[in-house]
Design a protein around this ligand. Structure first.
Ligand code: ZN
Length: 187
């Protein structure tokens, strides 16, 4: 399979045999290509990767500003899926995961990320490190942070209200690390 050209959805192996690596995904015990490209196996950790062919969008680098969706919030870590580079219309191929550590949410000290992000929020974030996946992201900065959020109770989009957010439907209030561009329609 090494060096073989594959297309998205093509099976590369089984997860008992390999670890899913870059530009791959795992589903029901199988590992599949997320993008078109060449298969590269890292024998050291039995990781199977796909090297995207040249005309796929560039990989992310440190300093890039991206749009990402919050998948999970724990006190110390928020897990996100990177949707796209800011200002670029097409989505990234495959799934790129990132994390925001509690020390990178704001310029000032934050005790617990549950006051900063919520499940399903869309955030603008800067790539801090691409050394490993998930990528390390930061939302410290005026333009960075949540730009769209949905009510945890009724699912409606929330509007800015004083220092936080309020649901247009059920009126509950939420706290977030907001971007000054909240609700600007970037997404
Ligand atoms: Zn609501």
């Amino acid at each position: 399979v090494e060096g073989k050209f594959v297309i998205p959805g093509e099976q590369l192996g089984i997860s008992e045999e390999f670890m899913p690596g870059r530009w791959t995904y795992e589903e029901q015990g199988g590992i599949y290509a997320a993008v078109s490209g060449m298969v590269a196996i890292d024998m050291k950790d039995r990781r199977i990767n796909v090297l995207p062919k040249a005309n796929t969008p560039p990989l992310l680098k440190e300093g890039d500003v991206v749009l990402a969706k919050i998948l999970d919030v724990k006190p110390q870590i928020a897990l996100v899926e990177v949707i796209k580079l800011r200002g670029v219309d097409r989505a990234l191929p495959g799934v790129v995961k990132g994390i925001i550590h509690v020390s990178k949410a704001r310029e000032r000290y934050v005790a617990d990320l549950s006051t900063e992000f919520g499940f399903g929020d869309i955030v603008m974030a800067r790539v801090v490190s691409t050394k490993r996946e998930p990528l390390e992201l930061s939302t410290a900065g005026k333009r960075l942070g949540v730009i769209k959020a949905f009510c945890p109770r009724c699912g409606k989009a929330m509007e800015r209200f004083k220092q936080g957010l309020r649901c247009r439907g059920c009126r509950i209030m939420e706290r977030r690390k907001l971007s000054m561009d909240y609700g600007s329609g970037e997404v």
